[in-house]
Design a protein around this ligand. Structure first.
Ligand code: PMP
Length: 371
């Protein structure tokens, strides 16, 4: 019997024992995506996962309260039709242009599976959403990263070359920088032989969405999430928008691993969230206003940051390391995101919280900087 003192040690010994087993060589060897830390304590000011500090539309609460639990004895609609219909109406597009899934990580994984089957590498920026390499490893998709410039800008001309697909978030994460629609259109039009995925997780905070381009380009897939601008991170709701032909391939992938990724409550709640356009628009405006005020105050404290098109900021300070600021804030009960990775380990990603959250952040930073 092996005595173990910690989880890490337990895993080590388990691995030693398992190495002997024949099936060991067939276990998946992958480094999974690491999400922002989930604190146990409710008092923490959580600015590390780009969640929305405000509740979803009251219509969501109404829909959940009115939900009849008895209906759960049946499977939900396989195609999440009420949600697809609500999204289609929101954008004035056909319902057959919409796919719905259990969070955009689920939708993106299905899209990688459906569209990236070439021997040629898919392309994405070197600084971007760190789930992309994980799906590439998991699904054995060859990939190549394209460096963003010194100011973290993406240059679409860098993607005008042979590839097995292109994926970029607009605005990009964690850099917060958005591309104008004309650049996105150039990217798509120069890549007509491959599928271009534009991950619009944060586009509602930039006002730039390429949804209108799906009528013109049958190689464009847009993914969107309800986790940020619609305050439904805990519900797991997202969609893809594309030409119906591409949507049919997403459906085929979905029906090849899980026919019912969206549960009945999420379908109803998601539809209620989209139907309340007024609440949604006001909620985005509020976050944008707080973002602009916070950016200004951070600059006054000496932070350097690009103009943000998202619901978070990407900051660096000339006199303090990101790690030092991260630890100081953590001790004060304020969680922000530090990435211990080349090129960005001198930066922090800070989610826009409520006005009070940002006041607390600024006063903690003022204390640290002795201003
Ligand atoms: N894309 C980007 C760029 C993100 O930052 C996130 C959030 N981690 C997602 C997709 C996935 O969000 P969700 O699964 O909550 O929809």
């Amino acid at each position: 019997m092996i005595k173990v003192s910690s989880c890490g040690e337990a895993r080590f010994w388990k691995e030693v024992l398992f190495m002997e087993k024949l099936f060991a060589k067939n276990l998946i060897d992958i480094e999974p995506y690491v999400a922002g830390e989930q604190p146990k304590n409710d008092k923490i000011i959580k600015l590390n996962a780009n969640e929305n500090p405000y509740p979803p539309s009251p219509k969501v609460q109404e829909a959940i309260s009115a939900f009849d639990a008895e209906t759960l004895k049946k499977y939900p609609p396989m195609d999440a039709a009420p949600l697809r219909k609500a999204i289609a109406e929101f954008y004035g597009i056909g319902q057959d242009c919409v796919f719905a899934g259990n969070g955009s990580d689920d939708v993106l994984a299905a899209a990688f599976r459906a569209f990236y089957n070439s021997d040629k590498p898919i392309l994405y920026p070197d600084i971007t959403y760190s789930f992309y390499p994980v799906w590439c490893e998991l699904l054995k998709i060859p990939y190549e990263t394209i460096p963003v410039d010194e100011g973290f800008n993406i240059h679409v001309e860098d993607y005008f070359r042979e590839n097995g697909g292109v994926v970029i978030p607009n605005p990009n994460a964690p850099t917060t920088i958005g591309l104008p629609l004309k650049d996105i259109e150039e990217l798509i039009s120069h890549n007509r032989s491959s599928v271009v995925i534009i991950d619009e997780a944060y586009a509602d905070f930039s006002g730039v969405s390429c949804v209108p381009l799906i009528k013109k380009y049958d190689n464009l897939v847009i993914t969107q999430t309800f986790s940020k601008s619609r305050s439904l991170a805990g519900m797991r709701v997202a969609c893809a928008i594309a030409d119906p032909y591409l949507i049919s391939y997403l459906d085929a992938v979905k029906d090849s691993y899980n026919s019912y990724p969206m549960d009945a409550v999420a379908i109803r709640a998601g539809a209620a969230a989209v139907e309340d356009r007024e609440y949604f628009e006001a909620a985005c405006k509020r976050i944008i206003a707080t973002r602009e005020r916070t950016a200004e105050r951070l600059r006054e404290l000496g932070f350097i940051l690009p103009d943000s098109s998202a619901n978070f900021l990407f900051v660096t300070h000339p006199e303090h390391t990101a790690k030092e600021i991260f630890s100081f804030l953590r001790d004060k009960g304020i969680f922000v995101r530090f990435f211990n990775k080349p090129r960005i380990d001198d930066h922090l990603r800070i989610t826009i919280g409520s006005e009070e959250d940002m006041d607390a952040l600024i006063s903690a930073l003022t204390e640290l900087l002795g201003k």
